[in-house]
Ligand binder design. Structure first.
Ligand code: FES
Ligand SMILES: [Fe+2]
Length: 356
């Protein structure tokens, strides 16, 4: 039985926060591809196949010497391009002795790697994640490494926020989300879900952020960039002060950010942040907002985590049972369609690759 791939290989995926990769060897699996990451002496990040050419010991178990990796078993040495430069007890080096080197770039505080065809890796195509390191926005962020679900379930979760009403009651959840219609638009690379809730009572979290009583206009404008990035422009402004027409001066605005990397078909790495453009110097608020999202099981994203892993377990036990779709799934369905198109393009354009 050949499974249809769940992810394209020709794409930039987040592999680590920039600050996590230094002069130590970091093992990471992206798209079922084992990589070892490290920072070269010039500061650039290298990503090599994490299996020695000789006997496949993970290179991440070896050590760094300058810009080269020394295998921890018999001492073969590989340069940052993956070429073997030293073999023990022999003068000549077998010219085929090499490991794969993966394109890697550092952008928006993250390390992005390209597990597919290196000739197609264009650094200009790293997804837009500028909110993560732009002066206008402040946030801390974190990662769920090896979250036990298909990365597309996380995308589903973030593209449809009606789940807030049920999963996040008491913080950002609000009945209004389930009542108000929304709009979905797309291009060949992006999907945008827009929802405006006007003249509503703000849910507790946003009431606290706004810091004044009264009704609000609340927005959620969620942008997916295929195959792996979601940025949600969210906020509230005092009702009737023109936020919908572009004047947000009487409101508060944040972005929830998600950069996803499939680890395997059923596990993923989820790099998240919540950034804001108000009270930017308030470090305590930055800390509190981070803990509001992930805090030892008590944060908003912890609540999602529980749902997502439970959902994957149920899917695993019912491999052939299809999903049924509602109107609220329109954004997520478009996101999945764009991913499928990328996968199909890698396999000669056929949308269904093989019998499941
Ligand atoms: S397995 Fe790496 S040198 Fe032998
Ligand atoms: Fe959620």
């Amino acid at each position: 039985m050949v499974q249809t791939p769940t992810y394209p290989l020709n794409a930039w995926y987040p592999a680590a926060w920039g600050h996590e990769v230094g002069r130590a060897l970091t093992a990471r699996t992206i798209c079922d591809t084992d990589m070892v990451l490290y920072r070269r002496t010039d500061g650039a990040v290298a990503a090599l196949e994490d299996a020695c050419w000789h006997r496949l010991l993970p290179l991440s178990m070896g050590r760094l010497e300058g810009d080269q990796v020394v295998c921890g078993y018999h001492g073969l040495v590989f340069d940052a391009g993956g070429r073997c430069t030293h073999m023990p007890a022999q003068e000549t080096i077998n010219p085929s002795a090499c490991v794969r080197a993966y394109p890697a770039v550092e952008k928006h505080r993250l390390i992005w790697v390209w597990p597919g065809d290196p000739a197609k890796a264009d650094p200009a195509r790293v997804p837009d994640f500028h909110w993560n390191d732009n002066d206008e926005w402040v946030g801390e962020g974190g990662t769920f490494y090896s979250l036990k679900c298909d990365y597309r379930l996380v995308a589903d979760n973030l593209m449809d926020l009606t789940h807030e009403t049920y999963v996040h009651a008491g913080s950002i959840g609000d009945e209004a989300i389930t009542r108000v219609p929304f709009e979905v638009t797309h291009t060949d690379r992006t999907v945008t879900v827009t929802r405006w809730m006007e003249g509503i009572h703000p849910p507790p979290f946003w009431a606290r952020m706004l810091g004044r009583p009264g009704t609000v206009d609340r927005w959620q404008i969620i942008r997916f960039e295929a195959p792996c990035v979601i940025a949600g422009d969210v906020g509230v402004a005092m009702a009737g002060t023109g936020a919908r027409r572009g004047d947000r001066s009487r409101g508060v605005n944040g972005h929830f950010l998600a950069a996803l990397a499939p680890e395997t078909a059923t596990t993923c790495h989820y790099f998240w942040n919540f950034v804001r453009n108000f009270r930017k110097d308030d470090a305590e608020l930055t800390r509190a907002l981070n803990l509001g999202h992930v805090n030892d099981g008590k944060g908003v994203y912890d609540q999602d985590y529980v749902v997502l892993e439970a959902q994957q377990r149920a899917i695993d036990r019912r491999a052939r049972q299809p999903f049924y779709d509602l109107n609220i799934d329109a954004g997520a369905l478009w996101a999945r369609r764009l991913i499928e198109r990328m996968i199909a393009a890698e396999h000669g354009g056929s949308p269904r690759l093989a019998a499941e």
